[in-house]
Design a binder for this molecule. Structure first.
Ligand SMILES: *Cc1c(COP(=O)(O)O)cnc(C)c1O
Length: 356
């Protein structure tokens, strides 16, 4: 009935422990759809890692709105990655979480604004990187550091850098940015970073022995061992069709004999159309039409595969189910059978997550 994420629990937990052991200062990131697992489950897992003495004194969430999903399941500090602004959800923070939340301040003027409202606030100062998403210039950081120095109640917890995904090409940029931090006349000993390899972190730690580097990791932690994960849909119905039979919301006609399969998983789960198959040139399309190819009939590749072969949508996915076309000759699965689905975990809402 469901679009299901099945997790080999022992293998997944072993991977989480290995990453935590190998990554001093690790800050797990739980945001969005919880990387497919849900935010609550990731918060409980982070608590489980912390309870084993594997660090994890801080969990990062993406937004202020996500805090209620994790705060009751994990008892450490909560870093909010979306920068604080003097409006919206940041101002509606539950006072009970005041001491646990670490804000991200990415504009110089927000330092005074935040501290006027919450004089004892904990926060990191975000320095802009080549990503240019959020963050201050070096001058902005120095001005912020002066503002902080004038406010004895402020609890600045370090500097945050959000780096692009270019694995292996970061060190020059990070060194330049870290030098800006060192030049700020403030005790900023902790640098919170993303997307650095273990080798890059080791080099930075060797170059800056006085600083503590804290890597924020989501994907490589939760989704780092794909072999522990399997995504399946259920075959809900099977209909035999002859060439010319009509089906679907738009009464398309079957281009040849085969079966229409109805499987669980649709737009509500994040199942979308994939790129059209094969060569899209007119000549290639004409050749496929001549052979009676299904892509020429306008069929688009789906993320569902049966017996290892990726199948085509018979029409665009519906809200919670999809219709696939299975040409004559292929093995026809039974109603109730599970079929594999290739998904982007961060963009999929599973009906069920089953952890063994
Ligand atoms: C999402 C995010 C991360 C973690 O990214 P992954 O690629 O999932 O490890 C780290 N830092 C920030 C600011 C983020 O938004």
């Amino acid at each position: 009935m469901s679009l299901t994420l099945t997790v080999d629990g022992e293998r997944w937990r072993r991977h989480l422990r290995e990453v935590a052991e190998a990554t001093p200062g690790l800050v797990p990131v739980a945001k969005g759809n919880g990387y497919g697992f849900t935010l609550g489950r990731l918060a409980r897992r982070t608590q489980w890692l912390a309870d084993q003495g594997l660090g994890c004194d801080t969990l990062a969430v993406g937004t202020y709105d996500e805090l209620p999903h994790v705060a009751t399941r994990y008892d450490g500090s909560l870093l909010v990655l979306t920068p604080w602004r003097p409006f919206g959800a940041a101002l509606e923070l539950d006072p009970a979480l005041d001491r646990r939340v670490i804000h991200t301040v990415s504009r110089t003027e927000d330092v005074a604004d935040l501290l006027d409202r919450r004089p004892g606030a904990r926060f990191v100062l975000e320095r802009a990187t080549s990503m240019l998403r959020h963050g201050m210039t070096a001058r902005g950081l120095w001005a912020a550091a002066r503002e902080v120095a004038a406010r004895p109640g402020a609890r600045v917890e370090g500097v945050a850098l959000h780096l692009p995904l270019a694995h292996g090409a970061h060190l020059t940029e990070v060194r330049r940015l870290v030098n800006d931090v060192v030049a700020a006349e403030l005790d900023l000993r902790t640098i919170w970073v993303s997307h650095l390899s273990a080798g890059e972190l080791a080099e930075l730690r060797a170059s800056y022995p006085d600083l503590t580097f804290r890597p924020r990791i989501g994907t490589d932690l939760w989704l780092g061992d794909r072999g522990a994960l399997r995504v399946t849909a259920t075959v809900l119905d099977v209909h035999e069709v002859e060439r010319g039979d009509s089906y679907g919301y738009r009464h398309r006609t079957a281009p040849k004999a085969g079966h229409i399969l109805v499987v669980s998983g649709g737009t509500a789960h994040g199942i979308g159309l994939e790129a059209p198959t094969g060569d899209a040139s007119i000549r290639a399309r004409a050749a496929t039409v001549a052979r009676g190819g299904l892509d020429a009939a306008g069929f688009v590749r789906s993320p569902f595969s049966i017996d290892g072969k990726q199948r085509l949508f018979a029409e665009p996915p519906h809200m919670q189910a999809s219709m696939l076309f299975l040409p004559h000759g292929a093995r026809v699965p039974e109603v109730g059978e599970q079929v594999d689905v290739r998904v982007r975990y961060t963009a999929t809402a599973f009906d069920r997550v089953v952890v063994s």
